[in-house]
Design a protein around this ligand. Structure first.
Ligand code: SAM
Length: 248
């Protein structure tokens, strides 16, 4: 899927490109047994790398950060250089459905807020071969927090081209992908609101002044604002859950 360039104008300067928070990443990581000191870690759909930096702090291994947007990767490489971590953090520009890696290379695959791009079960199945036997996969994705979501919310998700499943359905998909579920962990509301929508809405207000007269750009800003409003209105019904899994 190719996104309009203006989309990246909105997202490039944001602290995160999807809902998340360091506390939740740490909590998800805490469900894993100790991983080797020289672990090879793959961070898929890394964006500008907030969770890459979290993983760098949580582990001593090497991290390969993958995204299909090179400027995000450049900002990670700049950060790694400043931290003297260029030996530990490598970036690869590639599509998550055609990753340029050999099978059974990684001890841990991590992906926050990105697996929806190729679908949860498809993503698990596509990425699993890259894990060593006994390796771990941690992904966050949207699911229903309550049954019977209102029609208006269902219609919004359908328009987005993606309808969440219940946590039980997601667990079934983990099983279908042949992975063992170790734990789940819900992302707290601050991960959506404080870390994602608050900076995004500020960026939208700024961009309306400079780019808002171009109809295609205004439509993107409107749709992102509507997404934030949808979350504000319906947040009790859905959210992100981390699925912490192992290849057995
Ligand atoms: C919702 S953002 C999440 C970014 C980051 N993980 C975070 O939580 O801040 C999804 C990321 O996936 C990247 N992406 C989109 N399609 C992709 C693809 N086919 N292959 C690799 N990355 C992709 C986008 O550039 C973006 O950085």
């Amino acid at each position: 899927m190719t996104l309009p360039a203006f989309f990246y104008t909105v997202f490039e300067s944001l602290p995160r490109q999807g809902p998340g928070c360091t506390g939740a990443s740490r909590k998800a990581f805490s469900h894993l047994p100790p991983i080797p000191a020289d672990a090879k870690i793959l961070d898929i759909g890394c964006g500008s790398g907030t969770q890459t930096r979290d993983l760098a702090a949580l582990t001593r291994g090497t991290i390969t950060a993958v995204d299909n947007h090179q400027p995000f990767l450049d900002s990670i490489a700049r950060w790694a250089g400043k931290q003297g971590m260029q030996g530990r953090i490598k970036t690869v520009c590639a599509s998550m459905d055609a990753l340029p890696f050999e099978n059974e290379q990684f001890d841990l695959i991590w992906s926050e807020g990105a697996i929806f791009i190729i679908g949860f079960e498809n993503g698990l199945k596509t990425w699993k071969p890259f894990l060593k036997k006994g390796g771990f996969m941690v992904v966050s994705d949207a699911d229903w927090f309550e049954p019977n979501p209102p029609q208006e919310l269902m219609q919004w998700w359908e328009k987005e081209g993606y309808v969440p499943a219940s946590e039980d359905e997601m667990k079934e998909r983990v099983k279908q992908a042949g992975l063992r579920l170790l734990a789940t962990e819900r992302l707290p509301e601050a991960g959506w609101w404080d870390n994602y929508y608050v900076p995004m809405l500020a960026r939208i207000a700024e961009l309306r002044k400079t780019h808002g007269t171009v109809p295609e750009n205004a439509a993107i800003l409107d749709s992102l604002e509507h997404e934030a409003e949808t979350y504000r209105k319906f947040k009790r019904y859905y959210g992100y859950t981390f699925f912490i899994m192992q290849k057995v």
